[in-house]
Design a protein around this ligand. Structure first.
Ligand SMILES: Nc1ncnc2c1ncn2[C@@H]1O[C@H](COP(=O)(O)OP(=O)(O)O)[C@@H](O)[C@H]1O
Ligand SMILES: [Mg+2]
Length: 432
């Protein structure tokens, strides 16, 4: 490590420097390149505390670098840095003039950085560029639970400062199980098609870090076909070979090297990053209320069930329900009990025994904090939302959202946010 916390650094042409955040870089003289974007005199770059960048001098340059707590600046050892190999890959892909490149690899392998570089290089060639971020847990362009598309007009170093132009809802933070798997696949295809229809020549698809196990590998392969990728870039040798042997010659599979030194993020860091994303997308949210009978609701056990009336129920069940002022919704396999208050457990066991089906209890408290997607009148995702209150008796649903237009519907997710934007750990099958 170089022995300073804030200083001027002179760089020779072609020289590399690794800057670990938090740090800020101001170019005093000369030109540098970071993630495929060029910076000249007077321009500045912020390096967030969870990120590190490799700076390459394109000519003799002088930088003024300030480091925050935990930040560092170092000269990479020979062979440690991958920036030259990455730039060649980005050049190769972008020189096609029209491409759909999907970037994949394990957690912290550099997917977001390489995807950003490919997008910046494509912009430098004058192409119309879209980034489609389908990392549903650690996406940059949307809160967790969503995937997003961004039309890129200028080079970026950190996509997390941008917001997606078009969002799709997945509803969970990993695509491992359904319905999230299907929603992610459908949403990804939909976003890539939208970018195509809008005339984007360069579409860069950044994926999440779920790569272990056969399902994860098959998902990546199916995704590559479904979005009609021209290139798949893989930041892991073993995974690359696996994908390469499964995909024929129709899609070019490129094995990219992984940087040897990165700013790694542990579980707690990733949780904190998600918390920040929730905060960012609800900063100027307002509370809106809708009438449940006039909007479409997707993803709710109670609201998609059939409401049972007292006459249909065995008398002991009708008696229990009237005692706790609750109503019952049925599906073939489960029952959903709606109540404004907590329901005593003996009442629930009586219901379960009498009806022979699993019973889920929905209350205003179980629904409060659920992440949802607010749909516009065409039932397209307009904005993320958080349920504040619901009353199935009066039919009123109130949501915090930045959406200010008409609401045509809501998709309920399975992520619940508590005080301070933390994710509530365990949710029942039917929180609503
Ligand atoms: N070539 C590199 N040299 C040093 N650090 C890097 C390099 N590429 C990425 N990083 C850093 O490594 C971390 C993980 O990279 P990122 O692109 O976010 O990976 P992923 O999207 O696969 O999780 C980030 O902090 C990023 O700034
Ligand atoms: Mg990433």
């Amino acid at each position: 490590m170089l022995p300073f916390r804030g200083a001027r650094v002179a760089m020779d042409p072609g020289q590399l420097l690794r800057v670990m955040g938090p740090a800020s870089i101001v170019v005093e003289t000369g030109r540098i390149r970071v993630l495929g974007a060029e910076f000249g005199p007077g321009s500045s770059i912020l390096v967030h505390r969870y990120r590190s960048y490799v700076v390459k001098a394109l000519e003799r340059a002088v930088l003024s670098v300030r480091l925050g707590e935990g930040g560092a600046i170092e000269k990479p050892n020979p062979g440690e840095e991958v920036v030259d190999a990455w730039e060649r890959i980005a050049e190769e892909i972008a020189s096609n003039g029209r491409f759909v490149a999907m970037v994949t690899g394990p957690v912290d392998s550099g997917k977001t950085s390489l995807a950003t570089m490919i997008a910046n290089v494509a912009l430098g060639k004058g192409l119309r560029v879209a980034v489609v971020d389908i990392d549903v847990g650690q996406g940059d362009l949307s809160p967790p639970g969503f995937i997003a598309l961004k039309y890129l007009e200028k080079p970026v170093t950190w996509l997390r400062l941008e917001k997606g132009d078009s969002l799709r809802f997945v509803g969970g933070i990993t695509p491992v199980h359904n319905p999230y798997y299907t929603r992610l696949m459908v949403g990804a295809v939909d976003l890539v098609n939208e970018a195509r229809e809008r005339g984007c020549q360069a579409i860069v698809v950044n994926t999440g870090g779920w790569v272990t196990g056969i399902n994860a590998v098959e998902m990546k392969i199916e995704l590559a076909y479904a979005i009609r990728a021209s290139h798949v870039v893989v930041l892991d040798e073993v995974l690359c070979k696996r994908i390469g042997s499964a995909i024929g010659s129709s899609i070019k599979v490129i094995c990219a090297p992984r940087p040897k030194v990165v700013r790694e993020r542990n579980r707690a860091d990733r949780r904190e990053l998600r918390r920040h994303q929730y905060m960012r997308f609800f900063q100027s949210a307002k509370r809106i209320c809708v009438d449940l009978s006039s909007v479409v609701v997707i993803g709710s056990c109670a609201l998609s069930g059939r409401k049972l009336c007292a006459e249909e129920l065995p008398s002991e069940v009708a008696h229990v329900l009237s005692r706790v002022h609750a109503s019952l919704y049925e599906h073939d396999d489960i029952l959903v009990l709606w109540s404004r208050r907590d329901v005593p457990s003996d009442a629930i066991s009586k219901l379960r025994a009498a009806m022979g089906r699993e019973v889920f209890v929905v209350t205003p408290a179980s629904a409060k904090g659920l992440l949802c997607a607010v749909l516009d009148e065409n039932l397209r995702v307009a904005s993320p939302g958080i349920i504040d209150s619901i009353d199935l008796d009066s039919g009123e649903l109130c949501i915090y959202t930045e959406h200010s237009g008409r609401v045509g519907g809501v998709i309920i997710g399975r992520i619940k946010l508590g005080e301070n934007w933390d994710e509530v750990a365990r949710l029942p099958r039917c929180p609503l």
